[in-house]
Ligand binder design. Structure first.
Ligand SMILES: [Zn+2]
Length: 284
């Protein structure tokens, strides 16, 4: 019984974590000033734009691009895999989603992938392919997918003095997998952060990237409902959160195939997160 109970608990924890990626702002999270007023342009075209740090070098947080610079939207996909899911992958569970990436390529949709280091360890060929395809940009979603605050939807919590090392370990895993230029953008697992977490990562030079549109693709079975939620939520400059894992987000490819033509029909153009941050920089 105990192993069975443990397995259920683990599944629930992952479920909560993924659902958290589609939830509203967690209670107690930091609410920094609007990104638009704090963006800074990169001096070099080859270096991705980042937001200027907050007071005391605090890690800046980006939620969406300008609302008044035309109809652009960024689709983001979290490649989640928690540190303890290796045995499940070995048993045949798929935490990747090659058909989703294939659909994005077929539809010529630029996208930003927030990849955990554990995912890159498990799927190095896919990680390398994404990291070397100019249609995509690969950013950091932690190594372990543990929470950076307490009470983050049941995720195990990482200690404050381990946070920076976890993010650095993820960059090391991405690099080892063959992602040559992972972006200086970090998405908190579950989207959970507070001042302490932002402080712990200050000095890394990363911009934390949240979102303003929840797709609700985590554990969804009704692609139509997810599609409607995205189409109802997108505004100019929006950042949409979705997932790149067959295990926990099995409808996402179908959602993308429906959402992309619908938004293009409304005049939207798909861009990467770096494009939106760059637009914010020019908007100041
Ligand atoms: Zn995640």
């Amino acid at each position: 019984m105990i192993p069975r109970v443990r397995r259920i608990a683990a599944v629930c924890a992952l479920g909560a974590a993924l659902a958290a990626c589609g939830s509203a702002d967690p209670a107690g999270s930091a609410r920094p000033a609007p990104a638009e007023s704090r963006a800074s342009a990169s001096p070099s075209a080859s270096r991705p734009p980042v937001l200027a740090p907050g007071p005391g070098g605090l890690t800046p947080v980006f939620e969406h691009g300008p609302r008044t610079l035309g109809k652009t939207v960024a689709l983001t996909f979290d490649a989640d895999m928690t540190a303890d899911q290796g045995p499940r992958a070995a048993a045949g569970e798929h935490f990747d989603n090659p058909d989703l990436i294939g659909a994005l390529r077929q539809l010529k949709v630029p996208a930003t992938i927030f990849m955990t280091g554990r995912w890159a360890d498990e799927y190095p060929i896919e990680a390398r392919s994404l990291g070397n395809d100019p249609q995509f940009e690969v950013a950091n979603h932690s190594y372990s997918h543990h929470a950076f605050t307490a009470d983050c939807y049941g995720l195990p919590t990482i200690a404050a003095d381990k946070m920076r090392a976890d993010v650095e370990r993820a960059y090391a895993s991405l690099h080892q997998a063959g992602v040559p230029h992972a972006l200086p953008y970090f998405r908190f697992p579950g989207g959970c952060y507070d001042q302490r977490a932002l402080r712990a990562l200050s000095g890394l030079g990363v911009t934390a990237v949240q979102w303003d549109v929840v797709s609700g693709d985590a554990f969804a079975t009704d692609a139509g409902a997810v599609t409607r939620q995205v189409l109802d939520g997108v505004k100019p400059g929006s950042v949409v959160i979705m997932h790149c894992t067959r295990s926990a987000a099995p409808t996402t490819e179908r959602v993308v195939r429906a959402v992309v033509p619908a938004l293009r029909g409304r005049g939207y153009r798909f861009v990467k997160v770096s494009d939106l941050i760059g637009e914010s920089a020019g908007h100041r």
